[in-house]
Design a protein around this ligand. Structure first.
Ligand SMILES: Nc1ncnc2c1ncn2[C@@H]1O[C@H](COP(=O)(O)OP(=O)(O)OP(=O)(O)O)[C@@H](O)[C@H]1O
Length: 283
């Protein structure tokens, strides 16, 4: 019976649900706080389990922890490669486009002058996103030249390495909601709608009840294709219902939150995740 490692930096409901699912299936769950774990390339390896569900909230902590796991020969779900890709919106968009997965038109520029020129040529409004970030932070609708100038000014002041990378996306015409699909091993397991609470973002509806979404054939195909495109594993595929084109994928999350979805899903999400990890350990 493989021992299931669960690596976290904040013990949320999701990690406790995974622990309970593993125990219920007869597996020892090895709970590891990434914040107090140390690695020595030449020393004794920490005991992390036979396979690890890497669940850090911090993208970079999770990414580098997964690299250490792989160095030790412990399979990490997700792998560092998948985490690297999904943690960066630009790399994800390029990979989705390359793989023929429907995704919004996106423009990239690498200086403030080029970004200003880019948006003037493409036309307003557009959505600007930080290439690394989650929960909708820093995602803004740029309606006009004044807003774009303000964004550029703020970025020049903070001047972090990623502030020079401009990710500008067409505004997708869609109902005021998006769809989150949890995929396990490239198979959609459950889906829900996320509604806007007034603004254009749909992922910040504080306190909104999860609303189940039926997994249609189209949703299944597009979510599976997106999951496959980024390398598979346990993922959260975010889609919008474009009025003209149908489903488009705008993001793939590599550390997916599923607490709300689990309350309405027909399938047992944590159990399916643990089953997937067991399969990885036995490969
Ligand atoms: N091109 C777009 N057109 C219209 N709305 C968009 C577009 N891109 C993003 N949005 C809206 O903004 C929200 C936040 O965008 P996005 O999901 O890319 O950010 P995020 O920080 O990765 O969020 P999360 O971590 O919750 O997935 C989306 O849920 C969606 O409702």
């Amino acid at each position: 019976m493989p021992r299931i490692g669960i690596v976290f930096d904040r013990l949320r409901s999701e990690e406790k649900m995974l622990q309970k699912a593993a125990a219920g299936m007869g597996h020892d769950a090895v709970m590891t706080d990434a914040k107090i774990t140390q690695f020595d390339t030449d020393g004794q390896a920490p005991d992390l389990g036979d396979v690890v569900l890497e669940r850090c909230v911090s993208h970079f902590r999770g990414l580098y922890f997964a690299s250490c796991l792989e160095f030790l020969g412990v399979p990490s779900v997700n792998s560092s490669a998948v985490s690297h890709l999904c943690g960066n919106k630009m790399l994800t968009t390029l990979q989705l486009k390359r793989s023929g997965v429907p995704t919004p038109r996106t423009l990239f520029a690498f200086s403030q002058e080029a970004a200003a020129e880019c948006i003037e040529r493409a036309g307003y409004p557009m959505v600007i996103k930080p290439v690394i970030g989650s929960w909708g932070r820093g995602v803004m609708k740029v309606a006009d030249r004044d807003t774009m100038d303000a964004v550029i000014e703020v970025r020049a002041l903070s001047d972090t390495p990623h502030d020079r990378i401009y990710y500008l996306q067409e505004v997708v015409k869609r109902p005021p909601r998006d769809i989150r699909v949890v995929t396990v091993g490239e198979r959609p397991v459950a889906a829900m709608y996320r509604r806007s609470s007034g603004g254009f973002k749909t992922n910040v509806a504080a306190g909104a009840d999860p609303e189940p979404c039926e997994i249609t054939g189209e949703l299944e195909d597009v979510a599976a294709a997106a999951s496959r495109a980024v390398g598979g594993g346990i993922l959260g595929v975010d889609l919008m219902e474009d009025e003209a084109r149908g489903l488009v994928v705008h993001e793939v999350n590599s550390t997916v939150e599923f607490r709300g979805l689990a309350t309405v899903a027909r399938r047992d999400i944590p159990r399916e995740m643990v089953e997937f990890a067991v399969g990885m350990a036995q490969r």
